[in-house]
Design a protein around this ligand. Structure first.
Ligand code: MN
Ligand code: MN
Length: 466
């Protein structure tokens, strides 16, 4: 069996759509560099398509019926969108799932310090990263600072051309003899990921400078934070600030066939799933798109997939459509079908040795299905049922959607997990799917525009016909 490159299957009109979708996807990546920003953007896109906030509907005691479109946001960090289907919800839903958190550096709770006329913010990395990749590169700061009175200050510094950026320093090659002989995992230590944020001392004439004879660079940084954001040093305690690569998503290649950007794991699957449901109107079975937080650290917490948020939201929707019962909810979940999408490891000829070529995902060959993921003998994997895969083959073949099947690398080379097994606990059919990327978890990940386009086609076919 061989999967074909899909680029030349498109006519003029489809190619136009493909290019436009690539632009829309890059815009989403530029606006959504944190899970919060992705939720904000998803809400804006959904409302423009007539989706209404479920919490308002519950508050006003309104009902829902077939064709209605609603969304529910969980703590500003995850979101579920629904199109109510014609059939009873106890027949199950068709669910698209993906995650919107990405590897990054989080600012610690007591982060600011001065050392030898430099001011730094201390970080703790989030998710699996090669720490050495994060040095000597322009970085941006995104997130929120919440004051004691509840005021939320939104921060995004380093994205406008006129903005400053930040940086983590690396050791010059001339003095790096010892460093260069270290294992890559410790070339840059986690505790050394110190974000450089200033070097200019406060003027001695300033009142604050009089009080603080020492640490005048830190004092100056605090004065700027106070002036621009109205925040005090203590406000770092209740802040969520994420350090991410600065700058925009870019076309890659002379032929502009690829996209190089931060956070494509897993916003490439999140965006294509979102685009698919937003471009879907009437559905037979209730359609759902679920975009969750915290996948990169084990799907834990109130905003991760293991939270009851999704189950509770489905219960609320059944209640609003007059279909709720405890057994009904269980039936709805157990009879649902899901494409749990996360990026796959795209085959990289430079690192061919870690792949088994017959069972690898390739850029430009369409969306990818992983029957199982996991590591060391499929450990920790959701292993999709053959019957379900057979039906997916039917759906995608009928819609002329190209897909490939893959494993994450050679047996015993490594592995990884997704949110698939968590939904599978309801007894529903779930398969790991998604798009291949190169440089996964690096500061800039690489994807194919053709795969983005094909994925949206595939997700739409699934929502309609699964
Ligand atoms: Mn992922
Ligand atoms: Mn990941």
């Amino acid at each position: 069996m061989e999967n074909k490159n899909i680029w030349n299957k498109y006519g003029d009109q489809e190619e136009k759509e493909l290019v436009q979708l690539g632009e829309d996807y890059k815009t989403f990546l530029n606006r959504g560099k944190t899970e919060r920003e992705c939720v904000t953007e998803a809400v804006a896109l959904a409302e423009a398509k007539g989706y209404r906030d479920l919490s308002g509907i519950i508050e006003r005691g309104e009902t829902l019926s077939a064709g209605d479109k609603v969304y529910a946001v969980n703590m500003k960090k995850s979101i579920a969108l629904f199109i109510i289907g014609e059939r009873p919800m106890t027949d199950g839903m068709n669910i698209l799932g993906a995650h919107i958190d990405s590897p990054r550096l989080d600012i610690k709770q007591n982060p600011l310090y001065e050392d030898t006329d430099f001011a730094y913010l201390d970080t703790h990395y989030y998710g699996g990263i090669k720490k050495y990749q994060w040095v000597a590169s322009p970085l941006a700061l995104h997130g929120v600072v919440v004051k004691k009175d509840g005021t939320v200050i939104t921060v995004a510094i380093g994205e406008d051309d006129s903005d400053p950026v930040f940086c983590i320093t690396d050791l010059l090659i001339h003095l790096a003899g010892e460093q260069m002989s270290k294992k890559a995992s410790v070339v840059i230590e986690g505790e050394d990921l110190n974000l450089l944020v200033g070097s200019r001392p406060m003027k001695k004439t300033d009142e604050a400078a009089d009080k603080k004879e020492k640490e005048l660079v830190k004092a100056q940084v605090l004065a700027i934070l106070k002036e621009k954001y109205g925040m005090e040093e203590e406000d770092f305690l209740s802040a969520e600030l994420e350090v991410v690569p600065a700058g925009k998503a870019r076309d890659c290649g002379l032929d502009r066939s690829m996209i190089l950007a931060y956070g494509q794991d897993d916003r490439i699957c999140a965006y294509t799933s979102l685009a698919a449901i937003l471009d879907t109107e009437k559905v037979d079975k209730t359609a759902c798109c679920l975009l969750v937080d915290k996948e990169e650290i084990g799907s834990v917490g109130a905003t991760g997939m293991t939270s009851r948020f999704f189950e509770n939201t489905v219960a609320e929707i059944m209640e609003r459509t007059g279909q709720y019962s405890e057994l009904g909810l269980r039936r709805c979940l157990a009879r649902s079908r899901m494409l749990s999408s996360d990026v796959s490891a795209g085959f990289d000829p430079t690192y061919a040795g870690v792949f088994e070529k017959k069972n690898a995902a390739f850029l430009g060959r369409g969306m990818s299905f992983n029957k199982f993921t996991g590591s060391r003998g499929k450990n920790g994997s959701n292993d999709a049922n053959a019957e379900y895969i057979a039906d997916l083959r039917r759906i995608f073949d009928e819609a002329n959607v190209s897909f490939q099947t893959a494993e994450l690398g050679k047996v015993d080379v490594g592995g990884g997990g997704t949110i698939a097994y968590i939904l599978a606990e309801y007894g529903m059919e779930v398969i790991d799917s998604g798009l291949p990327v190169l440089n996964m978890h690096a500061m800039y990940e690489l994807s194919s525009k053709a795969d983005v386009y094909e994925a949206v086609r595939g997700y739409k076919a699934f929502l309609k016909n699964a």
